[in-house]
Ligand binder design. Structure first.
Ligand code: F6R
Length: 616
């Protein structure tokens, strides 16, 4: 997704801005650019990688102390240089009334009323040279500018509808950058030597530059100058915002012995789960924050809201919450829930699940639920400083570490670990967890890192499956019960990074339609743990074989399924009961990864996708 870095400094800040963009590259982008104040507005833009932009700024000697930089993920207008940020205002009028452009601007988010603003600005003589919604903001600020850029920003945001994080500077005010956030994250970085200040969409962009971070709040406006800054709230009142010391994880960017971040992150899962469960000595509701016991006792149902992979972890948690904690649970795709008429209940615990904590749809769904009077909120989130954690009453912070590969892997398994803990904590608060069961579950959780390590050792077998899959254009994934969401996640991983069309079904649904697709060109991945549904699943597998379909079966240690003609079996090292989804998903992650590698796709930055989807 789009990224912003901006600064006011006494030194040439271009290398720092470009380095900041490099740190944000993993989020996915299709063009990038940087602009500085250098006796006027100067910029370089590229539809290639940030490395190419770097070469361009060196060749053109682009230098300056005040600047803004951006990585763009196209929404309005194709990935093209004229659509890349920063945008400059051209000024308006003609002849003796001509007024040269003054403002340079970068923007994350989507301006919903861009059509009407564009028409009004065109009527004033502004000429647009991009198809972006962003360009309306820069011309709007220019039209409102009367010697004070911050005043122009204030007046401009009052006319904007939609989501934005903005950073802008002006030709007439060389040592000033102004910014605003609403619906898209923006942070302020206080320079180490107090002479320079920064804005960025993520503290990670400033790793190694400053660790003094102010998390701007919804509606905040910010004015940064040399050695000074001011924050104003949405009512334009001066706001005191805490400066936090944040150790942004620059080290996470090292690939080590791995070929891609996704592979590294798959192999980090034993460590990520161990870190996520560190300090969990027993099951107590307070693991989720002060006051959790009372909340857990009060609620009588759970509503899970999430997107993508995080949604699938929620789908798995529903099985746990209903079978172990006996709490009715509903799981909804956040982008659907936020717009549909639903029946709210104040006794529902609203649980959001999000790796980034900044996903626009999930945040909007949370706010929608809160607006309906559902105030008991909890998030399972990987970023402690995110908007989601700030806006929920309770939280469990997963400790997956920074996830750079666009396709989520270690975030998913750590979410499952957090959700299993939540299930146990709710069961305990409701008096539905015996001491023996608690001890058995804790023992199984503590063994997870070792169990995951053993599953990772299956990689060579998965590679041989991937060689077959790389030649295919379609695949089906089957699972039942608790492992149906794992089949869904396996199919999502495969389609995201290998571009093979993959769909997942509850195995019992096969005969109600998808069986028509089964031929020898349709590999069928079957997640087959030794649970109560195994015999039913075996019948579903027969249905596939009888139609010439080729099965790739992830069998449990004790599933009694053997390889035969058209049936390829990988046996899991051990049978894992309720926590088995955390293990069964790993070979599916590896299958997607190695299939994508064999097909030569850009594994960490799959086409059209972005990390942390901060637009609707
Ligand atoms: C898929 C993937 C996405 C995210 C989704 C939600 O591999 O990564 O589907 O899971 O965009 O993101 P978060 O968890 O940050 O809210």
């Amino acid at each position: 997704m789009c990224g912003i870095v901006a600064s006011v400094s006494t030194r040439n800040i271009v290398p720092i801005l470009v380095q900041g963009l490099q740190r944000l590259e993993y989020r996915g982008y299709d063009s990038c650019g940087v602009a500085v104040h250098a006796d006027g507005l100067k910029r370089a833009r590229s539809t290639s990688r940030v490395a190419e932009l770097q070469a361009q700024v060196s060749a053109e000697h682009l230098e300056g102390g005040t600047g803004i930089a951006h990585t763009r993920w196209a929404t309005h207008g194709a990935p093209a240089v004229h659509n890349a940020h920063p945008h400059f205002s051209h000024g308006s009028g003609a002849g003796s009334n001509a007024r040269p452009g003054k403002v340079a601007l970068v923007h994350n988010g989507i301006i919903e009323n861009h059509d009407e603003l564009r028409a009004a600005l065109q009527a004033k003589g502004y000429v647009f040279d991009s198809q972006t919604d962003t360009e309306v903001i820069v011309h709007l600020m220019d039209s409102l500018y009367d010697g004070d850029l911050f005043e122009a920003l204030k007046a401009a945001v009052a006319q904007l509808r939609g989501a934005y994080a903005i950073a802008a500077f002006c030709k007439d005010e060389p040592h000033r950058v102004v910014g605003a956030r609403a619906g898209s994250p923006l942070i302020l970085g206080v320079g180490q030597d107090h002479s320079e200040n920064f804005l960025a969409s993520d503290a990670m962009a400033l790793a190694g530059v400053t660790d003094q971070i102010v998390y701007l709040e919804e509606g905040d406006l910010v004015d940064i100058q040399l050695g000074k800054y001011w924050v104003f709230d949405r009512q334009h009142q001066r706001a005191a915002r805490e400066v936090k010391t944040v150790h942004a994880h620059s080290g996470a960017a090292e690939l080590g012995p791995y070929r891609h971040y996704m592979q590294k992150e798959i192999f980090e899962q034993p460590r990520a789960i161990a870190d996520t469960l560190e300090g969990v000595e027993g099951i107590v509701p307070e693991l989720f924050g002060d006051g959790a016991y009372r909340v857990f006792q009060d609620i009588d149902s759970v509503l899970i809201l999430a997107c993508g992979t995080s949604y699938y972890s929620g789908c798995a948690a529903k099985y746990w919450l209903e079978s172990i904690a006996k709490i009715p649970t509903q799981v909804e795709v956040a982008s659907e829930y936020r717009y549909r008429d639903s029946v709210p209940s104040p006794k529902t615990l609203v649980v959001t699940i999000t790796q980034s904590g900044e996903t626009a749809d999930t945040l909007a769904a949370l706010r929608h639920a809160q607006g309906l009077g559902m105030t008991q909120t909890l998030t399972i989130c990987n970023v402690a400083t995110s908007a989601m954690v700030r806006e929920c009453k309770l939280a469990y912070i997963t400790r997956a570490g920074v996830e750079i590969g666009v396709a989520s892997t270690k975030a998913f398994t750590t979410q499952l670990a957090g959700l299993f803990l939540l299930t146990l904590a709710l069961a305990q608060a409701k008096g539905r967890l015996s001491e023996e069961d608690e001890a058995a579950h804790l023992k199984a959780m503590r063994h997870l890192p070792a169990a995951l390590q053993a599953v990772l050792a299956l990689e060579p077998q998965v590679i041989s499956w991937a060689e077959d899959f790389a030649k295919m254009e379609n695949a089906l994934f089957l699972g039942r019960g608790l492992h149906y969401p794992i089949a869904l996640e396996g199919a999502l991983k495969l389609k995201e990074i290998s571009y093979i069309h993959a769909e997942a079904y509850p195995a019992g649904e096969l005969k109600h339609g998808p069986l028509a697709l089964v031929t020898s060109a349709m590999p069928v991945v079957t997640v087959a743990p030794n649970d109560a549904l195994l015999e039913k699943l075996k019948s579903n597998m027969q249905e596939v074989r009888a139609r010439g379909g080729v099965l790739y079966v992830l069998a449990d240690a004790d599933s009694h399924i053997d390889s035969s003609e058209g049936v390829h079996v990988i046996r899991m090292p051990e049978h894992y009961g309720a926590l088995s989804p955390l293990l069964h998903v790993v070979p599916l992650q590896l299958l997607a990864y190695h299939t994508a590698v064999a097909r030569g796709t850009d594994v960490d930055k799959p086409r059209n996708l972005a990390k942390s989807v901060t637009v609707e």
